[in-house]
Write a protein that binds this ligand. Structure first.
Ligand code: RUB
Length: 296
């Protein structure tokens, strides 16, 4: 049989269309997909299939690192085993990040932007610990992923105020900290996250409000930050204005860089540490390069 099965093509389309969104969800689905392909279609060119997944969102290093790890280990250890190992690693990391971040949450108001499953998990854990906090959340134009955050928090009984992106400065009033997710942890200690994140962090920094980036260390991007920036995702202008009049050029950049100077700490499964020291630790470990899994 040639080509990839229909379900794989659907997965690729779902990632492009943001039906699967957020760095970690994308990485998890990519790992499940490649493992299923290896299992159902022995002899498939897995490297090529992984390349198709990576091309859906080239600025998602967690997916890239996880697929690289999978390809390096699947032959010897078996696809299902490597998949389960990776997913278990992610689960364990998520639990640690949620626990560390929940420890930072006191009674008060916290600002976030877009939808990071890692940030939502941290707030849910803080709620389980009985903290009486509230959240201010911005909607994230043009695709409104912030609504996923607001709905998830409200369903768990966490008071949340949802506002338009342009209200960021006003909504930050009275907040005690900013929690943001990340798509990529860059080598200079800056991070990439949904557009608007850099603005929120800069505003918070100017008011001495701490900014925490909650992210798995699997999001480390080994390219130089300038190389990452050069490939920032430009999405379809029609997401912003489907019938824009002639002469109007609509720009729709999905991510932006959060400057390391505006970040108080990274909260990863390695603990709560300053950006540069987290990056140094990740570079020391280089986990996705391990070919025998012992270092993962
Ligand atoms: C989502 C986004 C999230 C990060 C982290 O953007 O920027 O903050 O991906 O998410 P998009 P998580 O909706 O365009 O994918 O913590 O779930 O990995």
């Amino acid at each position: 049989m040639t080509g990839t099965p229909r379900w794989f093509d659907t997965l690729v389309k779902d990632i492009v269309a943001l039906r699967v969104q957020g760095a970690e969800n994308v990485a998890r689905e990519a790992v499940r997909g490649i493992a299923r392909l290896a299992d159902e279609r022995p002899g498939t060119d897995l490297k090529k299939a992984a390349g198709r997944l990576i091309a859906t969102r080239p600025t998602e290093p967690m997916m890239r690192n996880a697929l690289a790890y999978f390809l390096a280990n699947a032959d010897e250890r078996g696809a299902a085993r490597v998949r389960d190992h990776l997913l278990a690693q992610f689960d364990a990391g998520d639990r640690l990040i949620a626990a560390y971040a929940a420890g930072l949450v006191k009674d008060g108001c916290y600002a976030t932007h877009c939808h990071s499953s890692t940030v939502v998990d941290a707030f849910l854990e803080a709620k389980r610990r009985g903290r009486g906090f509230t959240v201010r959340n911005t909607e994230t134009r043009p695709r409104f992923q912030g609504r996923i955050t607001a709905s998830g928090l409200a369903a768990a009984g966490i008071p949340v105020i949802h506002a338009v992106d342009a209200a960021m400065r006003t909504e930050l009033d009275g907040c005690v900290a900013v929690f943001l997710g990340a798509d990529a942890l860059l080598r200079d200690g800056s991070v990439a996250n949904k557009i608007g994140s850099g603005l929120l962090a800069e505003l918070a920094f100017s008011r001495r409000i701490p900014v925490y980036i909650l992210a798995s260390s699997w999001k480390y991007d080994e390219r130089p930050p300038s190389g990452y920036e050069a490939t920032l995702e430009h999405r379809s202008p029609s997401e912003v204005w489907p019938d824009a009049p002639k002469g109007v050029s609509v720009r729709n950049i999905a991510f932006e860089i959060v400057d390391a100077r505006h970040i108080t700490a990274f909260v990863t499964e390695l603990g709560i540490r300053e950006p540069q020291s987290t990056i140094a630790e990740i570079e020391r470990r280089r986990r996705w390069r391990a070919v025998d899994g012992r270092n993962a």
